[in-house]
Design a protein around this ligand. Structure first.
Ligand code: ADP
Length: 425
C-alpha cells in the first residue's frame, strides 16, 4: 500500500471501455491506473488519482456482473475512493435483463446513495441524448447498426424505457432545456427527481459543454454512471475541492527501457494496413496459423528469428491475415480452435520477447491483448501518452515495468506501429 488515497474509483464493463475512460481522466489531469479484473484484497493501491477496474461484465449473467462490480467497488472503497463511476458503452449496450440496471442498483446500494445519473452521451463520437432518446450520428439508436448487434441488439432508443426494464426502481429524465441552463439548474432538477423517489436519472447531453456542466452538477453524487464523456467534468470537481492539485501532465510515465516489438493478432482492416505499413521497412515474421498445433515449434522459431534483430530496431510479428487466409486456418483447425491456437502462440511469444529484453511492446487486437497481458502476469497499467485516439501508451505496475500499447483491432492510423515508438521518447 502506498498510503495515499485515490479520489475516483471506476468499474468498466469491458477492457477497451476502461481504457477509453482512463484516457478521458488523464486528459483532465488525473493520474490514472487501469486494473485488469477485480483486484485482490492484498493488491497494492497504486499511486494514482483514479483507478479504473476493467471487467468483462457486459455480457455475463447479471448476477455475476453485479458480484464482480461490487467486489471491485469494495476494493476501490478500501483504496479511498471518494466517488464511484460505472462505465458502460456510449450505445448503452445491454439487454432487458441487464446489466446496466442491476449493476447500477448494486453499486448505489453499496455506496449508500439513493440517486445516480445515467448519461451515455459522447458527442465527439456522434452519441447524443435528447429527451431521453439516444442518437448515433443522425439516427436513433434503434435505427443504427446497433439494432443488429449479435449480443446486445438495441431496438428502443428511449433510454428511460430501456433502463426501466432493467431496474425495479423509478427512472426519470433531466431534459436538455434544463441541462442547457448549466450546473445549478441540473443540480436542482436532480434534487427534485430525488424528492420524487427517482433513483436513476437519464440526463440529456448534446455537447461537451453539456457533459462538463453535468459533471459539475454531480460533484456530490456518490455514484455516476455513463460513457466516458460524462467523466470529463469530474477532475475539476476534485480540483475545486482541493483534493487534486493544479492541472499537470498526468500522462507522464517513467522512461521506457529495452527493445521494441509489435505483436499483431487482429485481422481487422486497420491492423492489416498497419502490418503492411511496418513491413515495408522493418523485420517482420508472419506466423502461419495453419501450421500451429503441429509438430513444428513455431514459437521457438519466431524467438530465434527475433533475438538477434531486437538490438537493431523494432520487430514485427503477426498472425494477422486476410479473410481468405483466416478461412483456411479455420477450415483446418475449426473456428474457435484457430483463434485459441493463435492467441496462445502470440501470448507465448510475448513472454519470450520480454525475456529477451523487450521493454516496449505494441499488441494489436482485443482478444490478442487480453491473452498476452494475462500471460505476462500484468495486473494493472498506468496510463500514459496517447498514440492515436483511444490508444495510449501504458506501463505495467509491479517490479519489472513494461511499456505496453493495447490496440483494439480497428483503431489507429496506418503508421500506428512505427509512430508508437517515436511517441515514447
Ligand atoms: P480485434 O480487436 O480486431 O477483434 P482480436 O485479437 O480481438 O482482434 O481478435 C482476432 C482473433 O483472430 C483472435 O482470436 C486471433 O487469435 C484470431 N486470428 C488471428 N490471426 C488469425 C489467423 N491467421 N487465422 C485464424 N485466426 C486468427
Amino acid at each position: 500500500m502506498t498510503g495515499k488515497d485515490i479520489l475516483l474509483g471506476a468499474v468498466a464493463d469491458d477492457m477497451t471501455g476502461a481504457t477509453d475512460l482512463c484516457n478521458t481522466l488523464v486528459a483532465g489531469g488525473m493520474r490514472t491506473v487501469q486494473m485488469i479484473g477485480v483486484p485482490e484484497a492484498g493488491d497494492a493501491v497504486p499511486d494514482a488519482d483514479a483507478v479504473v477496474v476493467a471487467l468483462k461484465s457486459r455480457n455475463t449473467q447479471p448476477v455475476r456482473a453485479v458480484r464482480n462490480s461490487l467486489d471491485a467497488q469494495e476494493w476501490l472503497k478500501a483504496a479511498g475512493a471518494k466517488q464511484f463511476f460505472f462505465k458502460y458503452c456510449s450505445t448503452f449496450d445491454s439487454t432487458p435483463r441487464g446489466n446496466i440496471g442491476p449493476v447500477a442498483d448494486g453499486m448505489l446500494e453499496r455506496a449508500k446513495a439513493d440517486i445516480t445519473i445515467a448519461c451515455p452521451a459522447f458527442p465527439t463520437n456522434g452519441r447524443t441524448v435528447f429527451h431521453g432518446h439516444l442518437f448515433v450520428g443522425d439516427v436513433l439508436l434503434s435505427a443504427s447498426g446497433m439494432r443488429n448487434h449479435p449480443l446486445t441488439p438495441m431496438r428502443n432508443a428511449n433510454l428511460v424505457e430501456v433502463l426501466a426494464e432493467q431496474t425495479p426502481y423509478s427512472v426519470g429524465l433531466v431534459r436538455w432545456e434544463t441541462v442547457s441552463q448549466g450546473p445549478a439548474a441540473i443540480r436542482e432538477a436532480l434534487a427534485q427527481l430525488r424528492r420524487d423517489g427517482v433513483r436513476h436519472a437519464i440526463v440529456d447531453a448534446l455537447s461537451d459543454k453539456n457533459l462538463i456542466d453535468i459533471g459539475r452538477a454531480v460533484a456530490d453524487f456518490k455514484l455516476v454512471t455513463g460513457g466516458s464523456g460524462v467523466a470529463m467534468g469530474l477532475p475539476d470537481n476534485f480540483r475545486a475541492s482541493g483534493a487534486l492539485g493544479r492541472k499537470a501532465n498526468a500522462a507522464r510515465l517513467p522512461r521506457a527501457e529495452g527493445h521494441a516489438a509489435v505483436l499483431a493478432g487482429s485481422c481487422s482492416e486497420a491492423t492489416l494496413d498497419q502490418v503492411a505499413h511496418m513491413k515495408a521497412d522493418a523485420p517482420a515474421f508472419r506466423v502461419d496459423a495453419t501450421q500451429l498445433g503441429g509438430k513444428q515449434d513455431i514459437v521457438a522459431n519466431v524467438l530465434a528469428w527475433a533475438k538477434p534483430k531486437l538490438a537493431q530496431q523494432p520487430v514485427l510479428i503477426y498472425a494477422s491475415a486476410s479473410p481468405a487466409e483466416v478461412a483456411k486456418a479455420q477450415r483446418k483447425h475449426g473456428r474457435d480452435r484457430a483463434g485459441i491456437l493463435v492467441e496462445r502462440a502470440l501470448a507465448k511469444i510475448a513472454r519470450g520477447l520480454v525475456k529477451a529484453g523487450v521493454g516496449k511492446m505494441v499488441l494489436a487486437g482485443g482478444e490478442t491483448s487480453g491473452a498476452a497481458v494475462k500471460a505476462l502476469g500484468v495486473r494493472g497499467l498506468m496510463i500514459g501518452k496517447q498514440i492515436d485516439p483511444g490508444v495510449p501508451w501504458t506501463m505495467s505496475l509491479g517490479a519489472s515495468p513494461l511499456h505496453l500499447a493495447l490496440k483494439s483491432g480497428n483503431f489507429g492510423a496506418p503508421d500506428f506501429f512505427t509512430k508508437a515508438f517515436t511517441v515514447l521518447d
